[in-house]
Design a protein around this ligand. Sequence first.
Ligand SMILES: [Zn+2]
Length: 322
Amino acid sequence: KPNREYGHRLVIDLYDAAKPRARPKPRTPRTRPDRPRDLIIAIDAGHGGDDPGAIGARGTREKDVVLQVAKRLKRLIDREYGMRAVLIREGDYFVGLSRRVQKAREKQADLFISLHADAFDRASAHGSSVYILAEGNASSDAARWLAENENASDLIGGVSLEHKDDLLKFVLVDMMKASTIEDSHKVASSILGQLKGISHLHKTHVEQAGFRVLRSPDVPSILVEMAFISNPKEERKLRSARHQAKMAQALLKGIRNYFRKNPLAGTLLATRPRRHVISRGDTLSEIANRYRVSVRALRVANGLKNDVLPVGKVLRIPYAGS
Ligand SMILES: [Zn+2]
């Protein structure tokens, strides 16, 4: 769409045809079942490079503020127990829409969150919105995905579709899409609930649209319009470090609450933490040995600065490799 810098444009992404693009590996099994894994959150800062996104009256570019919030959110997520974030775009360059979806699936993301800022002709329009994929798009997408991915086994957790007939394949992918949309709706509501605390809501319910980046068949995906950059007051907020920090915090809380209420099997958050109550004579190396973790991991998990173990103190036992 036209903006201040460009009129109507046709953007063509060129890929090196000689280099085959890796097909994402089957999403399961990801790790050995005995070792709970981190949740992976893919954060997609909208636009970038030649595409500035919307531009505010003071010249604030959407591509810049969404990247700033994306980086803040990544830092917060990486500090969380059992969660890890990947940035789909790390700097000021453009990434094609399908490539963004593909990248999230390659990283085996459990959630895809795309960050944007809204714009409208009327400067008075304001507030945050959260979008998920419109249901109407889901069914046609299922058919399209099947057509495009002749080997669609990576779509349904490594189950081979080779000998299933076309109708069954369609039904399986369609069911998967429906449950992905249901999950997306739950995350979106959780985030909307947190945004309510820090800004006006443009709409009080989760909205649905056919955004291309929301079309992963198996990764719950949401798009957040953080505020209207076309509204002078909200443009100021979008630039403000304080508001950006609040926004990142609200997004984190929304994501965390969702995964706490809907734990994913095999992840650290779904696993009850192991505890050890110290009794007389316990030593760190003995405890480490018993639970097959390193002394260092024990120290880090419990913030221990020395080897003094008060009897009765409860130690958190980390999982190997966590
Ligand atoms: Zn945008």
